[in-house]
Design a protein around this ligand. Structure first.
Ligand code: GLN
Length: 473
């Protein structure tokens, strides 16, 4: 499928209509959805109506900008007013949000046409979409393999041409990792760059909404459309949003970069490392200067994440008690009703996280685990900031391997957690990071990750544009 820009250009020139674009998207859904299961809710009628309105606006000379009439999809943990939002959990099986998240609303206001809500691991906890309460999604490149997760449905929808772009969310890699596995571009912005208002909370100090697109320029456009301060999220950054498209146009030739050795160790498949080295060499030929940097605390990032994220999740998920949202399983008394509703409503991975989280926060363990993890988080961030005194950006693999097979890691939570070892540090440090497709390995997509200093998405996009250019050769 064409990029958002190509579609917007064709709309501008009158070569297609929004109705036509939406029909093409729905045709793709009709031919591949049964196999791939990208969506939890589809909006065929609503999207066609919205498309017709967009076409009318355009004919009347009232186009709302680049996004007007473009089909897109939202991960099903982003609230959409009046449209079922489940977080892929039984406990929110019939939830109709009374308002839309800020990111969704900003795209609505620009006339983008929502075609559906995409599949994810329950409450965004997972790396493959296999933990969705509604069944897994499959990788469009090889349906025997996972698309990654937790924003797997969004990555599949973009990769399979079911929409022109999608939003996902990240707590520890959930946009970049599926982007890498499916061969599309995934962005996790800096913590605070995009409002979290209306994103169903997993771990609030880590969560960010991110973008899935066909190329880097589209990513810059979508991020530009949803970024910026929001009075409804006090952690959103008020600072002005730079011109990301200008950064993409400029490219990264003037920039310096480093490839931290901690991201190129044994756990990372040799083919994946070789692809990163190939691209690093090509960047140097483009004039980018390579310098040595090290990030020695990287090896502890995964451990710290699996303390901090479950701790915050156990607190955030306490609101799902069967009283206010979703189905209630009645018991003899209030406490038994809580137990039953939560016992039946949550899947096994979510329960595992709640158990882990309450454990590390409990008296006696708090200092040993939670406090230590927070200290590590501070060290990691300081270490990144020091590295960014040496180089503008960092280049690493996005994931240690290409997409694994369905079922390969479901019985081994630790193996599943390893899929995020290279993405989690950016979440802990609050950095912006992007995954750009490299040259496929054995027919499977692989992701190249670029990380930049906090709120320097402009540097990230500039470098990513050059990575995209050299990676394709
Ligand atoms: N796979 C990681 C986890 O399970 C990250 C998930 C995410 O980024 N939402 O926690």
């Amino acid at each position: 499928m064409e990029s958002l820009y190509t579609a917007a250009d064709r709309l501008e020139r009158g070569e297609t209509s929004s109705e036509q674009l939406v029909r093409e998207a729905l045709d793709r859904v009709a031919s591949r959805e049964e196999e791939l299961h990208a969506f939890l809710t589809l909006l065929p009628e609503g999207s066609l109506e919205d498309a017709k309105e967009s076409d009318k606006r355009r004919l009347g000379g009232h186009r709302r900008g680049l996004f007007d009439g473009i089909p897109w999809a939202a991960k099903d943990n982003l609230l959409t007013e009046g449209v079922r939002t489940t977080a892929a959990s039984k406990i929110l099986g019939d939830y109709l949000p009374p308002y839309s998240s800020t990111a969704v609303r900003r795209l609505d206001e620009q006339g983008a046409v929502l075609v559906g809500k995409t599949n994810l691991d329950e409450f965004a906890m997972g790396s493959s979409t296999e933990y969705s309460a509604y069944g897994p999604s499959r990788n469009p490149v090889d349906p025997s393999r996972v698309p990654g997760g937790s924003s797997g449905g969004s990555a599949v929808a973009v990769a399979a041409g079911m929409c022109h772009f999608a939003l996902g969310s990240e707590t520890g890699g959930s946009v970049r990792q599926p982007a890498a596995f499916c061969g599309v571009v995934g962005v996790k912005p800096s913590y605070g760059r995009v409002s979290r208002y209306g994103l169903i909370a997993f771990a609030s100090s880590l969560d960010q909404i991110g973008t899935l697109t066909r190329d880097v320029r589209d990513a810059a456009a979508v991020l530009g459309a949803i970024a910026g301060g929001d009075p409804m999220d006090q952690t959103s950054a008020a600072s002005p949003v730079p011109d990301y498209l200008a950064a993409v146009a400029e490219g990264g030739r003037e920039l310096s970069f480093g490839v931290p050795p901690e991201y190129m160790r044994e756990g990372v498949a040799p083919d994946v490392r070789a692809e990163v080295e190939r691209v690093a060499a090509a960047l140097e030929r483009q004039g980018m200067r390579r310098r040595e940097v090290t990030l020695p605390h990287t090896e502890y990032a995964l451990d710290a994440y699996y303390i901090i994220a479950p701790a915050e999740a156990s607190s955030n998920l306490s609101r799902f008690d069967g009283m206010r949202y979703g189905p209630r399983a009645e018991g003899q008394d209030l406490v038994e009703s809580y137990h039953r509703s939560r016992g039946q409503g949550f899947g096994p991975e979510v329960k595992r996280r709640i158990l882990l989280g309450t454990y590390v926060l409990s008296a006696g363990y708090y200092d040993t685990y939670y406090l230590q993890a927070q200290r590590l988080r501070t060290l990691l961030r300081q270490e990144f900031l020091r590295a960014f005194e040496q180089v503008d950006v960092l280049l690493t693999p996005t994931t240690p391997t290409t997409a694994f097979r369905l079922g390969e890691h479901t019985q081994d939570p630790l193996a599943m957690y390893m899929a995020d070892a290279l993405t989690i540090p950016a979440n802990l440090a609050g950095l912006p990071a992007i995954s750009v497709p490299g040259r496929p390995i054995g027919g499977l997509p692989v992701g190249l990750q670029v990380m930049a200093p906090p709120l320097r998405e402009d540097l990230m996009f500039a470098a990513a544009a050059t990575v995209e250019e050299v990676a394709a050769r």
